[in-house]
Design a protein around this ligand. Structure first.
Ligand code: HPA
Length: 271
């Protein structure tokens, strides 16, 4: 694994002039951040050695180096979901490579079903913590001390400092945010009403099918993490209706500009 990470990082390094300190995983809600990047250099995943091979036909995604405002960033357009069939080492491989490239801050976004009774569809949730319910742990197996410690601390998986900054940014821009605990689950089914209730009881405010594996590995690697989630549907008793991927995307698209604004200002502040 160490050799693969190094090989991939070396390949990428040979293509870029400046190595950014901030990486962004563009999930739902941040797709259009790409349009704000300047001086772009795009590297399609299929050209990158050791990158997971896409399970969907067509474009699998790309790494995009560029400037967001004045700041150099590395954006990952398209993530690898566990439900697509990748194992956890594959899902999190790009985060390992980011670390090898010198990334120190990782910003992530996703869509989720809201379980907090006060949440509304379209809300932006600052992720304050997570609960991992994936059936496979990304750090299971031999630990490489070069990558991180055997038993990583997770007491501040999402940086309090970055949360504080994001709160202030949202406030001064008059953007409504909520905050809460993200439950990561394998999918691809959305939850039954009983499952939403269960995830609520165990302490979740929102549930989704991504992010937790990447955040675990980022913490293992000693990165600072910030995450936001768009509440695209509600898993609240009495408010549960049929949900589709299309609706999730539609709500996500509407909330995009606000989330992008927060991330953009956050990147400027931490650079
Ligand atoms: N459950 C799981 N994942 C999701 C949901 C949900 O309700 N909404 C968007 N992604």
């Amino acid at each position: 694994m160490l050799q693969k990470i190094q090989e991939t990082a070396d390949f990428i390094k040979s293509k870029v002039q400046v190595l950014p300190k901030t990486g962004i995983i563009l999930g739902t809600g941040l797709g259009n951040l790409v349009t704000q990047l300047t001086e772009k250099l795009e590297i399609p995943y299929e050209t990158i050695p050791n990158f997971p091979v896409s399970t969907v036909e067509g474009h699998s995604g790309k790494l995009i180096f560029g400037k967001l405002g004045d700041v150099n960033v590395l954006a990952m357009q398209g993530r690898f979901h566990y439900y697509e069939g990748y194992n956890m080492k594959e899902v999190t491989f790009p985060v390992r490579v980011m670390k090898a490239l010198g990334i120190e801050n990782l910003l992530v976004s996703n869509a989720s079903g809201g379980m907090h009774p006060d949440f509304e569809i379209g809300d932006l949730m600052i992720i304050t913590d997570h609960i991992n319910t994936f059936p496979e742990h990304p750090l299971r197996g031999k630990n490489f001390n070069e990558l991180g410690t055997r038993f990583p601390d997770m007491s501040e998986a999402y940086s309090k400092e970055l949360i504080e900054k994001a709160r202030a940014i949202a406030k001064r821009n008059n953007i409504k945010t909520v905050e809460g605990v993200y439950v990561g689950t394998s999918g691809p089914t959305f939850e039954t009403p009983a499952e939403y209730k269960y995830f609520r009881i165990i302490g979740g405010d929102a549930v989704g099918m991504s992010t937790v594996p990447e955040v675990i590995v980022a913490n293992h690697a000693g990165m600072k993490v910030f995450g936001m989630s768009i509440i695209t549907d509600l898993g609240v008793e009495g408010k549960i209706v049929e949900v589709s991927h299309e609706e999730v995307q539609e709500v996500g698209n509407k909330a995009q500009p606000l989330m992008t604004q927060i991330m953009k200002e956050l990147v400027a502040e931490i650079s």
